[in-house]
Design a protein around this ligand. Sequence first.
Ligand code: ATP
Length: 468
Amino acid sequence: MELLEKIISLSKRKGFVFQSSEIYGGLNGCWDFGPLGVELLKNIKDEWWKAMTYRDNIEGLDASILMHPRTWDASGHTVQFSDPMIDNKTTKKRFRADNLIEEEIQKLLKKGKTEKAAELEKKLESAKENEDYYNIIIEADIHDSGSREWTEVKNFNLMFKTFVGPVEDSSNTVYLRPETAQGIFVNFKNVMESGRQKIPFGIAQIGKAFRNEINTKNFLFRTREFEQMEMQYFVKPGTEKESFEHWQKERWNWYVSLGMKEENLRWHDHEKLAHYANFASDIEFKFPFGFGEMEGIHSRTDFDLLKHQEYSGKKLEYVDTVNGDRFVPYVIETSGGVSRSFMAFLCNAYEEEVIRDGEKEDVRTVLRFHKKLAPIKAAVFPLVKKDGMPEIAKEIFNDIQTTFKAQYDESGAVGRRYRRQDEIGTPYCITVDGQSVEDGTVTIRDRDTMDQFRIHKDEVLAYLKSNI
Ligand code: ATP
């Protein structure tokens, strides 16, 4: 089985991720996080929140998903937030034109046709208009199941539309936000003034975003509903390069500090910059299907604040109290997907380890999550379901649960119970045995080293606290 399939299957079996409304056949591009998934998701968000906002010059925000529709005129989303779409007339399948070409490049690479792939890559990099995509598709003889009957390439706006109130007309149209960033820009003044912030300062937000993606695929990588963790850092014009480089380092180190292997990460500097950006670089993760963006660091100049100033008629300036300078700040943005990094952390942690016991060879599946991210921090087992062991185990379990998410398991052989916990990445297993009844000591087993040692039952919680 391919790695991605294994991860999807483990995710379902263990309760990390389910298909949305599965009993009705699922809804494309939407996923539900199960009991373990929700813990992992929450741990990622908590770590991000602490790293980004527990400092003196970054404030938190939770803006609403529905915003005044003028927001999206100002940001350019109503006109420009679209992807190039192409349909195949025979197979009736719809594709994102740039993705279709990218897939062709991957196919060529697999066949060893590197020159042709490089040529196509170059053409794709320089494509700007829909017509350019169309011409590339025709010239490269791209087909879908043998059919070359393509429509022209059209723009497809990715924003989900809905209505406020009972009347469904255009004056009541609102959009589900396609990014959390605009909620931050429109609150720039509110946050700066209420937080008495001086430049440079940042505003951070975690929240849902919605995009009516043309093709959803690769599990959580591209979905229609997802969560973002974004921070907009407001700086004095002219200092943006320095700040951009600072945030590049900070964000890279954040992933590494949570166990991301550096060989799984790389930078991708944008050559084709968005209309608002003067520098942009992505942190990419090596997913089972290849490297893909996990977080973007963008220098957005004063584009957004100037636009909102123009469309709202409200001044969005900063006044330097020392020298009286007035200016519209520049913005450095760090924009990451929660569910994309959830998937990256899952892939990064997944390992099938061969264990040798004399002649015997065995494979254990283990999720080597960083302890801070592991959904379950500890599992408690009584060796057998009698002789006072369950009572002691329950007592330890209840004690741990005052602070950490834990599991209690008394079914099956202890070896199997260890494996169940390895598969979900639990860092510590605590076993209560006959000796525990006599002297109050229990075994702690480490997920990664599989080492076991004894400590007193009253010290278990303190041990977990100092090690997690
Ligand atoms: P792409 O080119 O892959 O469509 P993007 O460059 O438009 O992505 P941004 O607008 O910069 O992405 O969004 C910031 C982050 O939000 C991305 O790095 C990604 O982690 C996350 N993200 C964006 N779109 C999706 C999606 N459809 N599903 C899951 N996460 C997403």
